[in-house]
Design a protein around this ligand. Structure first.
Ligand SMILES: C[S@@+](CC[C@H](N)C(=O)[O-])C[C@H]1O[C@@H](n2cnc3c(N)ncnc32)[C@H](O)[C@@H]1O
Length: 201
């Protein structure tokens, strides 16, 4: 088991998850409920953690699936879903092996809020292959990531340039730079949100 996987297990075990705010980011709310909301379809949350966003999607009529390799995160997500009265599909597994996990395909919305930016280069290669295999030809992909060189034991980060280069056949719809000091959580203040659109979507 690699270092990051162990680190996540420990963090969930001791309850030290600064990202786990329980708040659905406005970028996702806008895609689901905004003036140009996407029609509900199949959604996939990559590295779904304790399920705040996958439960939100299920509550809004999406056929939602969440994948996370930390068993304790998925247990909490299951509890959250049951409390909310929804039943998204929740899978313990690695986001670089989506097809092996049997998550299915035909996802028109894929979200990654803080998972991709911690992966190694090889994992990123596999991840993009898997995303391309399970996404529809006109899917949307929402990602939040720390900039590269964030430092410490945390994620290594990912630049917009790298994400655009890796997601060949997808185009950048918009980029939201980190929010100003004083707004939101420390996590929120340092991440960039990007929306990619596949093909002519
Ligand atoms: C920073 S947390 C974000 C969780 C959630 N997206 C949120 O916004 O609350 C990153 C999550 O990705 C998961 N993760 C990291 N690498 C993974 C991988 N290769 N496969 C599956 N899950 C992974 C971790 O277990 C963790 O729950």
């Amino acid at each position: 088991m690699d270092f990051r996987r162990i680190l996540f297990r420990l963090m969930y075990l001791v309850g030290k998850m600064p990202w786990d705010t329980g708040v659905v980011p406005p970028e996702l709310v806008d895609l689901v409920e905004g003036p140009e909301a996407l029609p509900a379809g199949r959604a996939l949350d990559l590295g779904c953690g304790t399920g705040t966003n996958v439960v939100y999607l299920a509550r809004h009529g999406w056929d939602a699936t969440g994948v996370d390799y930390t068993p304790r995160a998925i247990s909490r997500a299951r509890r959250k879903a049951s409390e909310a009265g929804v039943s998204p599909k929740l899978v313990v597994g690695d986001v670089t092996r989506l097809r092996e996990l049997g998550v299915g395909e035909g996802f028109s919305l894929l979200i990654d809020l803080g998972c991709f930016h911690g992966l190694s280069d090889e994992q990123r290669d596999a991840y993009v292959r898997e995303v391309n295999a399970v996404a529809t030809p006109t899917a949307r992909y929402l990602i939040s990531a720390f900039p590269p060189g964030h430092g410490g034991p945390g994620p290594r980060g990912a630049s917009r340039e790298e994400i655009e280069r890796r997601f060949e056949g997808w185009e950048l719809a918009w980029e939201h730079a980190p929010q100003a000091e004083g707004s939101g959580t420390p996590e929120r203040r340092s991440v960039t949100y990007l929306l990619l659109r596949r093909g002519e979507g």
